[in-house]
Design a protein. Structure first.
Length: 111
């Protein structure tokens, strides 16, 4: 039976507890999953951007290191061209290996 505010001395406390429970349920079922999804999206994008940045900086450092190493044996302009050729060849080989490891497209059978 619903509490009567005139007869029940705990009416205010019970009403506040009911409202708090109701709001807590709504928050737990609606707001928290959205917050979790937003955090996952933000941190995922941040991680992806930082990973791409780290990869680009690593490639630049490897190219520059290769140029410095080749500069010992050949002239500086030739070392630059050779480093670009070597790094391009390595990246092509990596791309070919990754393309060979990809999942094949599912084939459909005709009846």
């Amino acid at each position: 039976m619903a509490g009567n505010p005139l007869n029940d001395p705990n009416f205010a406390a019970n009403s506040a507890a009911t409202v708090e429970r109701f709001v807590g349920n709504i928050r737990r079922k609606a707001v928290q999953p959205v917050v979790l999804a937003a955090r996952a999206t933000v941190f995922g994008l941040l991680g992806a951007f930082l990973g791409i940045l780290a990869l680009v900086l690593l490639l630049v450092a490897l190219t520059r290191g290769l140029q410095a190493l080749l500069d010992i044996f050949v002239t500086q302009p030739r070392a630059v061209y050779l480093s670009y050729l070597i790094m391009g060849g390595l990246l092509c080989v990596v791309g070919l290996v990754l393309m060979s490891k990809r999942a094949p497209k599912p084939t459909t059978t005709r009846r």
